[in-house]
Design a protein around this ligand. Structure first.
Ligand code: S3P
Length: 482
């Protein structure tokens, strides 16, 4: 029996040219039974053989069911960057609990230290930062893969009389920095380069009023941090609300900001004072196990203390509108941010049309939403996705490419993404190019958990930029990822 299955699957379908629809679907085999175990074992061996051929860092996901249990969600990435940076600018010692210890955030910690602040780790997620007047670092500031680190740190550093060279990895060095450098130059900073590496000379900034052409929290935050040391502060006008963690956290540090219908005003008098920050679970990370549970038969998972700031919760609203069994129980707030315990359970999903206006509240969640849409019944249409082109990779192209090799019809018209839902398990049976992008890698692993045949992703090491324990955590709730 085992040999017969092996013979049937000597090559992955898209490599052999075999049409996806003619393959037997693992989801037809009863969950948990001996058949399922046998098929999983054989398929895992097959994907592993293909995955090791090129020597790249790969993970593969095999159809899973009955995911269950409590998932500890790591601390929010956006808040973690901000706690370190504002702590490094504040008077006194800030205590941080729940800091995300991912590569992106560790780059920010190291950078803040290199500007002269004292940054110490006392245990998992338990850090302190003692602020100072920032000075020129001895070496280039390494931002790795992190756009948030690069943009927010450049904004903060611009307020001081220092010179720093900011560098990043290949992907970050392609991403646009002019969106923050142009307004920083108008404030008085000198910046050489429009993409990394950028050399920045700061100090003696003046107040500007900046009309943000896009709803970007990174631009807003960079200017707010620069504004802390600008004569007269800074004003930012947003076309639509972007995540407001910088505003909330600055308030936690004792700063008074005025926010009025898209106009954010920081006067020149704000001097952040050290405080204690507790960081809740990252909704952008929680999205992966939640969607895995929604599309893997018999699943029911729970996460506690997940941040549900409405400017980050667009995915949850969208999934509920698709019929998802997501149950949200509010649990007060942590350091000014609303949190909730959330359960996600398997059930049918319907395709949906999502307006462009919702994009800022779920900008990082489109890859995983695309996976839910691939499983759903009917067509999903997602508008207003231009910004996805300039994320860690061209996410719009990567999503379409990944869905297609997994046998799901998807296409782009302008800034709109169309996905033809399969109304159940997609074929899968492919190696997906993650393009070094953590969220693409995690999304397609989740797709593999609910596909007929396994899905492998390359550049799986990228997952450590935002969610280092992803694979272990998913295994703990019953996911077949190896
Ligand atoms: C972030 C803002 C968003 C988001 C990024 C994190 C932040 O970027 O995509 O992952 O922490 O401010 P934009 O500001 O470019 O939309």
């Amino acid at each position: 029996m085992e040999a017969a299955i092996l013979n049937q699957h000597t090559a992955l379908p898209h490599e052999s040219g075999e049409p996806h629809d003619q393959l037997p679907c693992i989801a037809d085999v009863a969950p948990g039974g001996p058949w399922r175990q046998l098929v999983n074992r054989v398929i895992r061996r097959r994907v592993s053989a293909v995955a090791t051929q090129t020597g790249e860092e790969r993970l593969e996901a095999v159809a899973s069911s009955g995911l269950s249990g409590d998932i500890p969600i790591p601390g929010d990435k956006s808040m973690s960057h901000r706690a370190l940076i504002i702590g490094g600018l504040a008077e006194g010692t800030t205590i941080i609990h729940g800091l995300l210890e991912s590569e992106d955030v560790l780059h920010t910690a190291e950078a803040v230290r290199s500007f002269g602040a004292t940054v110490e780790r006392f245990g998992e997620g338990y850090w302190t930062v003692t602020g100072t007047r920032w000075q020129s670092p001895d070496a280039p500031v390494e931002c790795g893969n992190s756009g948030t680190a690069a943009r927010l740190l450049m904004g903060a550093a611009a307020g001081f009389a220092l010179e720093a060279r900011f560098v990043g990895d290949e992907s970050l060095s392609r991403r646009p920095m002019d969106r923050i450098l142009e307004p920083l130059r108008r404030m008085g900073a000198v910046a050489v380069g429009d993409v990394l590496p950028v050399t920045l000379r700061g100090g003696q900034l003046v107040r500007i009023s900046h009309v943000n052409s896009r709803a970007s929290a990174q631009v807003k935050s960079a200017l707010l941090f620069a504004g802390l040391h600008a004569e007269g502060g800074v004003e930012i006008i947003e076309p639509a609300a972007s995540r407001d963690h910088s505003e909330t956290m600055l308030r936690e540090f004792g700063c008074n900001l005025e926010v009025d219908r898209g106009r954010i005003n920081l006067d020149g008098s704000c001097r952040p004072t050290a405080t204690s920050i507790r960081i809740p679970g990252d909704p952008s990370s929680a999205a992966f196990p939640f969607v895995a549970a929604l599309i893997s038969p018999g699943s029911n998972v729970r996460a506690r203390s997940v941040m549900i700031n409405p400017l980050r919760a667009g995915l949850f609203d969208t999934l509920r509108a698709m019929g998802a069994r997501l149950d949200v129980t509010p649990r007060g707030n942590m350091s000014g941010e609303a949190v909730a315990d959330i359960t996600a359970a398997y059930g049918p999903l319907q395709g949906i049309e999502v307006p462009a206006e919702r994009a800022p509240s779920m900008i990082d969640e489109y890859p995983i939403l695309a996976v839910a849409a691939a499983y759903a019944s009917g067509r999903t249409i997602l508008h207003g996705l231009a910004e996805l082109r300039v994320k860690e990779c061209d996410r719009l192209a990567a999503i379409v490419e990944g869905l297609r090799v997994c046998g799901v019809e998807a296409w782009i018209e302008g800034d709109t993404l169309f996905i033809e839902g399969r109304g159940g398990p997609p074929p899968g049976g492919a190696v997906v190019a993650a393009h070094g992008d953590h969220r693409i890698a995690m999304s397609f692993l989740v797709l593999g958990l609910a596909s007929c045949s396994p899905v492998a992703v390359d550049s799986a090491t990228s997952i450590a930029t935002s969610f280092p324990g992803f694979a272990q955590l998913m295994r703990r709730i019953g996911a077949n990822i190896a």
